[in-house]
Design a protein around this ligand. Structure first.
Ligand SMILES: *[C@@H]1O[C@H](CO)[C@@H](O)[C@H](O)[C@H]1NC(C)=O
Ligand SMILES: *[C@@H]1O[C@H](CO)[C@@H](O)[C@H](O)[C@H]1NC(C)=O
Ligand SMILES: *[C@@H]1O[C@H](CO)[C@@H](O)[C@H](O)[C@H]1NC(C)=O
Ligand SMILES: *[C@@H]1O[C@H](CO)[C@@H](O)[C@H](O)[C@H]1NC(C)=O
Ligand SMILES: *[C@@H]1O[C@H](CO)[C@@H](O)[C@H](O)[C@H]1NC(C)=O
Ligand SMILES: *[C@@H]1O[C@H](CO)[C@@H](O)[C@H](O)[C@H]1NC(C)=O
Ligand SMILES: *[C@@H]1O[C@H](CO)[C@@H](O)[C@H](O)[C@H]1NC(C)=O
Ligand SMILES: *[C@@H]1O[C@H](CO)[C@@H](O)[C@H](O)[C@H]1NC(C)=O
Ligand SMILES: *[C@@H]1O[C@H](CO)[C@@H](O)[C@H](O)[C@H]1NC(C)=O
Length: 635
């Protein structure tokens, strides 16, 4: 019976096809429609249309049968595809010896490792940059529970990862249905930051940063972290064997210039360290990318004050509003660029500056310092790589997209976190109106017409760290009332955030912290950024902390399925934004390539590798394999 019913189904299908004037556009001669005679069709139609509708339903009935069961054989393991050898090396600018004259008369020296007893025994008390003065910098910050080193105190030779640690995880039952490719110049890689992985904080001449004092008493401190300062070769070799093309790292200002300001001596050990790290990247075929400051400002700019989030309206204060900041940062940046611009083609000046601006003046100083370095890089150094800046902003989406109040709140959210920097830098336009009216009494934060012209379009890409999104509404009192009331709990942003959508659902699948998996809104965001600021969009960080990951046994930690889905769904969104929406997405950097010190919070591990901080062993998680394979399958 079933087979007869199915035939009726086919007749019904044909009848529908042939009663449409042109079912398939551009149908060629000799196709099914022209081969079946109209007369036959007409008689079939008569029969089919006479049947009651209930008898014409298509019903598929399975045919069950016995067969011999055998266990399927194990599939042969497949392995991560490492980077091809030999690698090609591009020159992005002149060698240091050709441009050192641009820096004036640089003095270079070394301070070695901090010995807490050195202050008492140092004999160079008259030297403002001597051993005594350098040790004093550490004495002044009075660290609690300071541990100088963990297991290592010198660079470790790398050991290749054995093939059994490079076996691809079992395939998933689902797959992405795109048939799209990444552009050939797409920057594909991973990111980390010095303070979160290096350790060796007082070794080889480094001086204190705000990272050592930031969470001084409130959260557990880890001065050793992943000992990447000594294990960088091992870490890089692991990336190369995984097939990671670009490694984005940050250089602490205080490793290059322990005394921070122009005219103070350069730390030779700091320069040599990053020189070696960069050369080792190139030897492995990895493209190095440098961020000049990643939350790790020198403590000097704070004038002895410990920063607290509650002290200032714009989160923490990293000294950006200090009068001496711009000149000092530009001087530091010139030194780094001059040394490495021959081999490094991608520079980021500031990481997420809104979060550490402190005051509105900090925002102006960041824009001004960035633009000056951009000019130096392209005009004086004649570098032919790219200089960008990367912003935080978990896309603010209006709770009700047709409610003008919610839309105004969402726009204000972006205006503060992005527009305040990006209007001047990307568009050559003044700050957004919301920003200007909120800080109208702070006259020194405003740009003159000439200053605006000077910073306009001084940037090669818009770096963005779009971990997730956030649902926004105005405060209950309304935006205007909040803006006028500096005691309001939401001042100065004056936007209320929630993680629940208008339809009652949460924003997406939740991680252990603020991140939700939200690829649909991520794609919208890429469209927003490209169409608003009209520059290549570079996804410079994104990542996902798995729920209660550290409470699991190692094997289960490594099977990090939610993180894997997060990465692949975002990569898929990037491809669709590129090909279907015509958005220039320049690259993808996963945060982070290993679990790290997340500012003292143990429940926000973003890594694609587990790190055992007792043994300093690293283990690849499933997400890492899946992240790289998704890309490699589409090039
Ligand atoms: C510092 O001095 C103390 C007391 O003299 C001594 O026990 C300690 O080993 C010294 N530390 C270093 C790093 O030399
Ligand atoms: C310092 O160590 C003590 C004892 O182990 C601990 O209770 C305290 O939380 C630590 N302080 C910081 C800032 O890590
Ligand atoms: C500003 O920074 C300088 C170091 O360049 C420091 O000496 C001074 O104390 C800082 N000013 C304030 C107000 O913190
Ligand atoms: C323009 O920028 C340059 C550095 O790039 C700086 O020397 C100059 O003072 C700036 N002019 C104004 C008006 O800000
Ligand atoms: C969204 O806003 C529009 C315009 O104010 C309003 O008509 C609509 O009812 C709102 N939707 C919901 C679910 O509140
Ligand atoms: C502007 O007003 C804010 C809020 O009252 C205040 O904190 C800030 O100090 C004022 N700035 C100036 C330059 O007066
Ligand atoms: C923010 O929104 C929440 C509901 O999501 C509400 O309870 C709270 O009162 C609002 N806060 C302000 C200042 O509007
Ligand atoms: C300003 O905000 C504070 C804190 O929410 C509130 O107590 C006060 O009434 C507000 N002032 C005005 C004028 O609305
Ligand atoms: C780190 O490794 C040691 C030695 O294998 C092991 O005893 C310890 O449990 C590991 N720590 C974690 C957090 O897995």
């Amino acid at each position: 019976m079933a087979s007869i019913r199915n035939q009726w189904g086919i007749f019904r299908y044909l009848s529908e096809v042939f009663t449409e004037p042109s079912p398939i556009k551009g149908q060629p001669e000799g196709s099914i429609s022209t081969m079946i005679s109209t007369a036959v069709l007409a008689s079939l139609l008569a029969v089919v249309q006479a049947l009651p509708a209930s008898d014409m339903s298509v019903e598929v009935s399975p045919r069950y049968a016995y067969s011999q069961f055998t266990f399927p054989p194990n599939a042969a393991p497949t392995y991560a595809k490492g980077l091809p050898k030999p690698s090609t090396v591009t020159n992005y600018g002149p060698h240091y010896t050709e441009v050192s004259h641009l820096l004036g008369d640089l003095k270079t020296t070394t301070w070695g490792n901090w010995n807490p007893n050195a202050t008492a025994t140092a004999t160079d008390k008259d030297d403002p940059y001597g051993q005594y003065a350098w040790s004093q910098l550490w004495e002044n910050v009075a660290l609690k529970n300071f541990t100088s080193t963990g297991i290592y105190s010198t660079t470790v030779d790398p050991t290749p990862v054995p093939s059994e640690s490079l076996v691809l995880p079992p395939p998933d039952v689902f797959s992405f249905d795109d048939n799209l490719k990444f552009p050939s110049d797409f920057v594909f890689g991973v990111a980390g930051s010095a303070a979160q992985i290096e350790g060796a904080i007082a070794m080889e001449g480094r001086s204190p940063t705000i990272m050592e004092v930031l969470v001084r008493d409130s959260r557990p401190k880890d001065y050793v972290t992943n000992e990447n300062y000594y294990l960088y070769k091992q870490d890089l070799l692991r990336l190369a064997q995984m097939g990671v093309k670009t490694y984005s790292f940050s250089i602490p200002w205080t490793r290059i210039l322990p005394f921070v300001t122009p005219g103070t001596p350069v730390n030779k050990q700091g320069i040599d360290h990053y020189d070696d790290l960069i050369n080792y990247c190139l030897e492995l075929g990895i493209q190095p990318m440098v961020t000049l400051t990643h939350f790790d400002s020198p403590v000097q700019f704070l004038g002895g004050k410990v920063p607290l989030a509650t002290d200032y309206p714009l989160n923490f204060y990293a000294g950006y509003a200090n009068d001496t900041f711009v000149e000092a940062f530009v001087n530091y940046g010139k030194i780094v660029m001059s040394h490495f611009a021959d081999r490094v083609g991608l520079f980021v000046t500031f990481n997420e500056p809104y979060l550490y601006a402190g005051y509105p003046l900090g925002v102006k100083n960041v824009v001004t310092a960035h633009a000056a370095l951009y000019d130096f890089y392209h005009n004086e150094l004649k570098g032919c790589g790219k200089v960008g800046i990367k912003f935080n902003d978990n896309f603010g989406v209006p709770k009700n997209a047709t409610d003008p109040q919610d839309v105004a709140a969402a726009n204000r959210f972006q205006d503060f976190q992005l527009g305040s920097f990006a209007n001047p830098l990307f568009l050559g336009q003044d700050y957004p109106e919301a920003w200007k009216s909120t800080f109208s009494n702070e006259t020194e934060i405003f740009f003159s017409a000439e200053e605006l012209k000077n910073v306009s379009k001084k940037v090669d890409f818009l770096g963005i760290d779009p971990y997730t999104y956030t649902v926004v509404t105005p405060p209950e009192e309304g935006i205007a009332a909040c803006q006028a009331n500096t005691s309001h709990s939401l001042w100065p942003l004056c936007v209320n955030e929630t993680q629940t959508r208008e339809d009652g659902w949460k924003m997406g699948y939740r991680s252990e912290s603020y991140v939700y998996t939200t690829p649909v809104e991520f794609r919208q965001y890429l469209n927003y950024l490209w169409n608003t600021f009209k520059a290549p969009v570079f996804v410079t960080e994104y990542g996902f902390p798995e729920w209660k990951e550290t409470e699991k046994e190692l094997g289960d930690q490594l099977f990090d399925q939610a993180r894997s889905i997060y990465y692949r769904s975002y990569l898929d969104a990037m491809l669709k934004a590129i090909h279907e929406d015509k958005v220039e997405v320049m690259g993808s950097l996963a945060w982070s390539f290993q679990d790290n010190w997340e500012f003292g919070s143990a429940d926000q591990l973003f890594g694609m590798q587990v790190v055992n901080t007792t043994t300093q062993e690293r283990f690849f998680k499933k997400s890492f394999f899946d992240y790289v394979k998704f890309y490699q399958d589409r090039i």
